[in-house]
Structures are given as structure tokens and as C-alpha cells.
Ligand binder design. Structure first.
Ligand code: S3P
Length: 444
């Protein structure tokens, strides 16, 4: 990505947002479908893959590791996998661009193979913590040959010749960490177990089952799970259909809630309960989000949702909801700014290590547009007044979700909102501006 020339964009208040849309495929499932297909023996297909920069980097990494990855003219992806433990040593460093998910999951998958591979990313990814995954992977036999300070990228990993199974009690609620250990555990004999104190998104577990692995997930404590994978399966090729990403739907949804007179239907949105914390919160705030039709979308339940403009009120968001909406606090901050009253979002520590420090970035985005915000420890407090002045320029810090949140805010604020750079939107939602303009949004 060209990071030297910035591409600013401005959002202005206009008419209502109206129409039916299908946002692109889920990012988490798209990465995992490619990786597991590459670890199966034979040809898998992926329909509805999110073709964003993050996911395309994972597809390139799978090719570099020896899988055959092709896209048909009709948009179906075909992946001929090399089997568990079968990755070939890549000739060049694997570049994951902006993507923590792609990078951490592939590091896990490589850790169980007897190959050496180097991993790198852009300036944002180079700042993000990798030690959290390297610690358990070293226990499984992988060796870190080179690393930047604190185990950050760029790093070189020697995967284990004889990987060891592990029982790992995760100290951070992270699906990427859980997934890295499970993907490494595929190549180890016996059982690999991950214990998480708070359940995080379970797409890796669901897809592992779909590809024929034996994996059992049991409740652990009040909120957690104990996940046990039987190692060294022969993964069977599978067909994966990727539902629409609820984390991408979140942006036009909040736009429809705050732009007067709006009425938008979102088709085929994934309703995995470990991803729908934002919908729960918005409903508590008074949002009109109606499930038009719910159906079984294969490995995940999906629904069509109708969203109409709503007067929102401030609420308290409990910390235990964070894993189910960890990527949605920025856009919730925007909804909270348009609500009447104070919204307190509790327990947001993990937001500090995302594509940017999202706790500070959310506060800054709102403050430059006239909203009173406080950060108290790991809590974010937004004082909504029912309307937003706007007029600010928001720094996006190489973070797609800041860019989209700020633009949504500008669609309903009194003065336009400008972002310094729209380029990173392509990491997760390449046609965001096209889809929003199609609904009637003024983005220029
Ligand atoms: C993801 C997990 C979350 C989330 C990210 C996608 C995944 O990260 O923020 O966008 O697909 O596993 P953490 O595991 O770091 O919480």
C-alpha cells in the first residue's frame, strides 16, 4: 500500500440512507477458510471470500507456503492444500500488511511445520504485540530466530520438527492467540487444549470441525471455555460459504440509526453470539434493529436485519461484553455521541493494542468534533447530547475502523467531518465508500 500520499475524504450531512445492502464477507472467517483449506489434503472452495487487502495477504502467504490458490471468474476461490505439517519453506518474508489476524494465525500454522519463515507487516502491525503468541508456540517447540524489540515484527521463526501438544491457559481474551495455538496443535500428537477465561469468537473451532478435525469446546468457569483439539488429523477438503461481516455491517448500521429518515436492510449478516455484542448494546440504547429473517448459513447462523433511524440513549456497557464487540467500540463511540446521556464502556484494555491505540483514538475522534469524552483506567465515557457539532479533522493512524467511524459521524453531524487518509479502509471493506454512496451518503 502507498502510505506516503494521503487520500483525505469528507463526509457531509445529506438526505436519508435507504436501500438493501450486502456488506462483504466476514474477515475472521475469510482468513481461517484460506488457512485451513491450505492445511487440508485436496481442493477446497471458498465462496463469498472477503477480497480485502488483509485477506489477500493471507491468500498470498498460503501460495508462498506451497498451497495452490486460485480465484475463478465467478469469484469462487479454490485452494489445493498441502496437508497438516506440509507447508514448504517460503522463499521471501511473508508480508501481512496491516493484518494482525492473518499474521498471528499463520505464525501459529507455521510453528508446527519443520520450516523457517520470516514475517513482516506495515508500520502499524510492526507495533503490535506478538510475544503473546510466541510464548506458547515456543513451548510447543518453535524457535524465534530473529525478532524486533519485545518479540515484534519483523521476525523469523523456525517451526518445530516434532511439535509438542500443549495445555495453555490464555491470559488475554484473544481469538487470535487461541487460534495460533490450535493451528500449531494440529501438527502435534495427542491433545492440545486452550483454556480461556472469557469466550472469544469461535470461528477457528467451528471451521476446524467443518474440515474434519476432532475438537471439543466445554464451558469453563462463568464466562470461559476449555477447547480440546485432537492433533494430527488428516484435514478433509471442504466448501466454505462466508457470511456477511457483522463488524463491517456495523458502520452503515450506525449511519442508518443516526441519519434522520433512514431505512436500510442488511442481508445475510452473521449472527454468531460471540460477535453480536454491538447489536445487543445498540438495542439497549433504543435502536430499532429488526430481524427480518433468520436462517442457517452453514457453519454460522445468518439474518437479514432492518435498521431504521432511532433516538438513542446512553447506557453502561459491561466489561464481559468486550470480546463479543471488541472491534466495534469506535463506531459505538459515534452512536454514543448522538445519544442522549452518558455511555460508559467498561474494560477496554485490549483496544490499546489494535491497529492503533483505539482507546485514545476514539476519544480524540470524538473530542475534535465537539464531544465531551473521558478515559478512566480502561473505561471510555462519552457524554452524548443528541447531536454532534462536527467540523473536525480526524487522524486515522493507519486504522480502517477509525476512518469508517469518523465518516459515519460526519453523515449526521452539523458540520462535515474530514479524515486525513481513507486508504486503509481497503484492508477490511474495499468498497465502503461505494456502498455508502449507493445508500445516499455524501462522501467526497
Ligand atoms: C480477530 C480477533 C480479534 C479482533 C480481530 C479479528 C480474529 O483480535 O480484534 O479484528 O479473527 O481472530 P484479538 O484476538 O487480538 O482480540
Amino acid at each position: 500500500m502507498n502510505t506516503t500520499a494521503l487520500t483525505p475524504l469528507t463526509a457531509r450531512r445529506g438526505g436519508p440512507l435507504q436501500g438493501r445492502v450486502r456488506v462483504p464477507g466476514d474477515k475472521s472467517i475469510s482468513h481461517r477458510a484460506l488457512i485451513l483449506a491450505a492445511m487440508a489434503v485436496g481442493e477446497s472452495t471458498v465462496t463469498g471470500l472477503l477480497e480485502s487487502e488483509d485477506v489477500l495477504n493471507t491468500a498470498k502467504a498460503m501460495s508462498a507456503l506451497g498451497a495452490k490458490v486460485d480465484r475463478d471468474k465467478d469469484g469462487v476461490w479454490r485452494v489445493r492444500g498441502v496437508g497438516v505439517g506440509g507447508f514448504a519453506e517460503p522463499e521471501a518474508p511473508l508480508d501481512f500488511g496491516n493484518s494482525g489476524t492473518g499474521c498471528r494465525l499463520v505464525i501459529g500454522a507455521v510453528a508446527g511445520c519443520p520450516i523457517k519463515a520470516s514475517f513482516d507487516g506495515d508500520a502499524s502491525l510492526r507495533k503490535r504485540p506478538m510475544r503473546r503468541i510466541l510464548d506458547p508456540l515456543e513451548k510447543m517447540g518453535a524457535q524465534v530466530l530473529e525478532q524486533a524489540e519485545g518479540g515484534r515484527l519483523p521476525l523469523t521463526l523456525q517451526g518445530a520438527r516434532d511439535p509438542l501438544p500443549l495445555e495453555y491457559e490464555s491470559q488475554v481474551p484473544s481469538a487470535q492467540l487461541k487460534s495460533a495455538v490450535l493451528l500449531a496443535g494440529l501438527a502435534a500428537p495427542g491433545e492440545t487444549t486452550v483454556i480461556e477465561a472469557e469466550a472469544t469468537r469461535d470461528h477457528t473451532e467451528r471451521l476446524l470441525k467443518h474440515f474434519g478435525a476432532k475438537i471439543v469446546s466445554k464451558p469453563h468457569g462463568e464466562l470461559g471455555r476449555r477447547i480440546t483439539l485432537q492433533g494430527q488429523p488428516e484435514l478433509e477438503p471442504a466448501d466454505v460459504t462466508v457470511p456477511a461481516d457483522p463488524s463491517s455491517a456495523a458502520f452503515p448500521m450506525v449511519a442508518a440509526l443516526i441519519v434522520p429518515g433512514s431505512d436500510v436492510v442488511f442481508e445475510n449478516v452473521m449472527m454468531n453470539p460471540l460477535r453480536t455484542g454491538l447489536f445487543t448494546t445498540l438495542k439497549e440504547m433504543g435502536a430499532k434493529i429488526e430481524v427480518v429473517e433468520k436462517r442457517d448459513g452453514g457453519a454460522e447462523e445468518v439474518a437479514d436485519l432492518r435498521v431504521t433511524t432511532s433516538q438513542l440513549k446512553g447506557v453502561e456497557v459491561p466489561p464481559e461484553r468486550a470480546p463479543a464487540m471488541i472491534d466495534e467500540y469506535l463506531i459505538l463511540g459515534v452512536a454514543a455521541a448522538f445519544a442522549n446521556g452518558t455511555t460508559r464502556m467498561r474494560g477496554l484494555k485490549e483496544l490499546r493494542v489494535k491497529e492503533s491505540d483505539r482507546l485514545e483514538a476514539t476519544a480524540d475522534m470524538l473530542r475534535v468534533n465537539g464531544i465531551a469524552v473521558e478515559i478512566e483506567g480502561d473505561d471510555l465515557i462519552v457524554h452524548g447530547k443528541g447531536s454532534v457539532q462536527g467540523g473536525g479533522e480526524v487522524k486515522t493512524h493507519m486504522d480502517h475502523r477509525i476512518a469508517m467511524s469518523a465518516l459515519v459521524m460526519g453523515l449526521a453531524s452539523e458540520q462535515p467531518v474530514r479524515i486525513d487518509d481513507s486508504a486503509f479502509i481497503a484492508t477490511s471493506f474495499p468498497d465502503f465508500t461505494g456502498l455508502m454512496r449507493g445508500l445516499g451518503a455524501d462522501l467526497a
